[in-house]
Design a protein around this ligand. Sequence first.
Ligand code: IFM
Length: 489
Amino acid sequence: MLKLPPNYSEPLPAAFYPASAPLPFSRADFGPDFQWGASAAAYQTEGAWQHQGKGPSIWDDFTRRKGAIRRNEHGRVAADFYNRYETDLDLASGMGLTDFRFSAAWARVLPEGTGAVNRRGLDYYDRLVDACLERDLRPLLTLYHWDLPSALQARGGWATRDIVNWFADYAQIMARRLGDRVPQWAVLNEPMVFVGAGHLLGVHAPGRRHLGAFLAAAHHATLAQAEGGRALRAMLPDSARIGTTFSCSHLTPHRPGNRSDEAATRRADALLNRFFVEPTLGLGYPVAELPALRWLLERYQKPGDEQRMQFDFDFWGIQNYTREVVKFSPWLPLQWAALVSAKQRGVPYTDMGWEVYPESVYQMLKQFAAYPNAPTLMITESGSAFPDVAMDGRVADAARRAYLQAAIGQVLRARREGVDVSGYFAWSLTDNFEWAEGYGPRFGLVHVDYETQERIVKDSGRWYQAFLGGQAVESNVDFVVRSSRNLGR
Ligand code: IFM
């Protein structure tokens, strides 16, 4: 059993988050069926990069490029989840979670991306699923969380249309082996991030900076999203809930009332929040706000694609960390919009440079729920990175704990206003490899000492445990808004 930290009962500091957040609240307010989880992803946690027949992925390659990642770090060992999953699942179940979300590494299952299955890789996910079930943790398996097999990148990766069929085949293999025990699946993790950061900005694998590659990858990811959903449903017609996840942020204009900034905000919203969800509903791409998309994407589209992009997901995974403030920019084609950082605005921000703004969770739930025919929503990622100090077996992460409480409060606020939201998954169960940022930013509810792989449940994790155990939240929290300095490093 986890023990509460000594100062657990101290009230959190004075009010910060919006007065409209309902107080007091407790787990019971969410109803008995609400899903409470934490999330993880293969490349960020597993390590074992060459173990038992795993093939290389684009992240194994990208992290080898000098300067691509802070301090040239990589995920070869990461949090060693491959070898320590039982320990981590014990911690998750000790926290009282009902669900655990993880992703499979495509190259562990299919070292070449297609063709021969690596039996030992598939066996590993089999054991992992069983280990979740043994602890009463409902697994939510994400098929693709950014670690494309290198062999498929060599054949064109997301920029080639063949990927739609490669991905559907991989989805079938996973469903055939694990579908009898995995009740919920997420097809893709945050397509706008792996497509945009990986193909346009070049800051994520595969490190491309090419508008054509970006547009091609975006269209193929939209097709794969739906095709992956269909492949799973064909294999698991009655037993599985099939969803997919979207990155999103509440957007506000830098100068409210300024027409250029307002229009820039609408364009950024179309690209960042609407691009991948609307095609699933048969609404196509948001070309009214981004007219250039029509001809830019034409090259990659084929007759019938409008239909192929549609799929009636059982849930949408909403992944939110902050809001963004947008201004008109003449320098960024397509969007003609730039984001004004929290630092420039002088507001508190996390180790990622992201404004501390938990109300964005509420705003995004409202925005996605407003689509006619929206399925149930789940927050499949939500969290914050702050520097931690591990001392005497304790990590007193007051800011992360406050953020977690505030974000959960915002979910309840949306639920009370009628939004169908059925789950909350904290990012992340343990600290892990934060992509281009390496091991600097820590998001975990559980601290990882990367030298020894020792785990310490942070105060945020203990708070989550107490909340899930029925402890009521009585007061709002304060992120030290008095100072406009970084809350992170
Ligand atoms: O760590 C990532 C995760 O892989 C995808 N969503 C955002 C997280 C924090 O940056």
